[in-house]
Ligand binder design. Structure first.
Ligand code: FAD
Length: 378
């Protein structure tokens, strides 16, 4: 990192913000990987971050580059005990390093994919993945001053953003407050400390729920609260907030910010837990079951099925034996984003699609119900 070059960006204020916060910065024609396209990744390296968190680094067999926005995730799939299992993982590496892509995975007790990855993923092992998705990116909230809040494995999208900002030499004003159970659970601790040494405008604060076995922990102990925030980030109300962590942590943090006068329109969150997200695919149908059937035609494959408005298009397609790319089924991950060429749907999503994509006719099939016959770009 060239600190002299770094500081010459400071005066260019909004121009630099736009570069970091513009989706087009990260788009590379030679590295396009649509989110409905599944590719084979090859693991090149595995490293331990903590006792239960590992980073897996991948490249492609033909050395293809990766383009994505910092903060996006991909949906990986593997055959586990004879079943195809898919899960979303944030790309923890920054898009500024397009030859290698990493995910950082915390073992979930009893969890199928996280444990499989920890036990089986080694250099040379292949993994299938759909292209990058998600709208939890700097382009969702351009700003000169940011506050990144994370807990546990929720650190990953914010790490990609931080690495990208520093790789580009953007001396952005970022305060990164990460909560962990104990000092031993802090992910990317050393690297974040090193990055603070590179940019004087990056500040990292770790909060531990308990001091754990490290008798020398001198940082804050407890949970993130207003007193701690006021002490470490007194100007938090002026900052664009990006938050990722367990649902309880995000709910409490959001309430704390709103109650203390932070502008809710400058708050952006990513949930890793589909079960805790509100309405979408599981909400009551918007039309009674058995209502007149609609025909859904897939323009590219020529396949066709019928359905009624009590089902989502994704559920009906699955029932009809027509495989559509999907992952979360909750309107979050964006894997099932599809252009509706003819007809209309009613969609209730949870942030997995951008307004400009909706304007272009894209819809999420997992949370869209038909209001007419449909022709889809599939
Ligand atoms: C957008 C997004 C990005 C994400 N990014 C990351 C990331 O960067 N890093 C990361 O570590 N995670 C991330 N996640 C979470 C990740 O997708 C997985 O949810 C997580 O790894 C757990 O998956 P698993 O297959 O191991 O667990 P699962 O098998 O899905 O199990 C989850 C929990 O449910 C319990 N369970 C499973 N089956 C049953 C059952 N039949 N009855 C009762 N309980 C059951 C398990 O014991 C476990 O506690 C992300 C999620 C999303 C949506």
């Amino acid at each position: 990192m060239n600190v002299a070059a770094d500081s010459c960006f400071i005066g260019q204020g909004s121009e630099m913000v736009d570069r970091f916060s513009s989706a087009s910065t990260w788009e590379r024609a030679d590295a396009r990987w649509p989110n409905h396209e599944q590719r084979t990744l090859i693991c090149t390296r595995v490293s331990d971050e903590t006792h239960d968190v590992r980073t897996f680094v991948f490249s492609t067999a033909d050395g293809q580059l990766f383009s994505f926005e910092p903060g996006q995730f991909m949906t990986v799939s593997a055959q586990i005990d004879g079943k195809e299992i898919s899960r979303c993982y944030t790309i923890s590496s920054p898009p500024t390093r397009p030859y290698a892509l990493s995910i950082t995975v915390k073992r979930t007790p009893g969890g199928v994919m996280s444990n499989w990855l920890h036990e089986n993923m080694k250099a040379g092992v292949e993994l299938k993945a759909f292209g990058p998705s998600g709208v939890f990116t700097p382009s969702s909230g351009p700003a000169l001053k940011s506050l990144y809040l994370s807990a546990g494995s929720g650190v990953t999208p914010l790490m990609s953003m931080t690495r990208a900002a520093l790789d580009l030499g953007l001396n952005r004003d970022i305060v990164f407050v990460h909560s962990a159970r104990t000092p031993e659970d802090i992910i990317f601790r050393k690297e974040l400390a090193a990055l603070c040494g590179v940019s004087g405008k990056l500040r990292v604060i770790h909060i531990c729920e308990a001091p754990g076995n490290k008798a020398d922990w001198s940082g804050p102990v407890g949970r993130l609260d207003l007193e701690l925030l006021m002490e470490h980030v007194p100007d938090f109300r002026d900052r664009e907030v990006f938050i990722c962590g367990p649902a309880g942590y995000m709910d409490a943090s959001r309430k704390m910010l709103v109650d203390s006068g932070h502008d809710a329109s400058r708050y952006h969150q990513e949930s890793f837990n589909f079960a805790e997200t509100v309405e979408c695919a599981e909400q009551p149908a918007c039309a009674p079951a058995g209502q007149a059937g609609y025909t859904v035609r897939l323009a590219r494959s020529g396949r066709e099925f019928t359905m009624d408005a009590s089902q989502t298009v994704l559920a009906a397609a699955r029932k009809a034996g027509v495989p559509l790319p999907s992952s979360c089924s909750q309107g979050i991950c964006g894997t099932c984003k599809t252009r509706v060429l003819e007809g209309s749907v009613e969609m209730k999503h949870n942030g997995g699609i951008r307004p400009r994509e909706i304007e272009k006719g894209m819809r999420l099939m997992c949370c869209s119900r038909p209001t007419s016959d449909l022709v889809l770009d599939l």
